[in-house]
Design a protein. Structure first.
Length: 157
């Protein structure tokens, strides 16, 4: 094995360790792929996360993958959080997917772009148990095209 090959293997191992350790704080990470990249206004997406540690702070992210066929620069959502005791909190959220010049934001090698948006930073959950997160598109169109998938991620802070 040459010195160059050894360096490449070492760099790959370091990269893998960094990637794996970065995900150590993940508590929940789930997404919904949308059929034909279309989100019907009546299609509520439900995600269930169990929270057991009430002492830690958490960061909550919304993940979106959109394609060039998405007709808007932003995305409005309703997020309903159903707490373990049945209490419901509703948020209206605006996510910016393109800049003022119409260039898509986010990462991705092809035409589909991935964005991770910080929704809440260092939030403290006050109840142990199952939380239900219900996402609804709020764009005032029946069939919203160009959203390939959407999801929620919770990380321990």
């Amino acid at each position: 094995m040459t010195l160059s090959q050894e360096k490449n293997i070492l760099l790959l191992l370091v990269f893998l360790v960094v990637i794996i350790s970065c995900d150590r704080n993940r508590v929940f990470d789930e997404h919904f792929p949308l059929k034909k990249a279309t989100w019907n206004v009546k299609n509520e997406l439900q995600l269930n996360a169990t929270i057991s540690d009430l002492q830690s702070g958490y960061d909550v992210f919304l993940n979106v993958r959109n394609g060039p066929e998405y007709p808007y620069s932003n995305l409005f959502l309703f997020l309903n959080t159903v707490f373990p005791d049945g209490h419901i909190a509703r948020d209206t959220i605006e996510l910016t997917l393109a800049d003022y010049d119409g260039r898509w934001l986010g990462s991705g090698m092809g035409s589909v772009k991935f964005n991770r948006f910080l929704f809440q930073k260092d939030v403290r959950f006050n109840q142990k148990g199952k939380y239900r997160f219900i996402l609804e598109q709020a764009m005032r169109v029946n069939n919203l095209t160009g959203i390939h998938d959407i999801g929620l991620r919770i990380e321990k802070h």
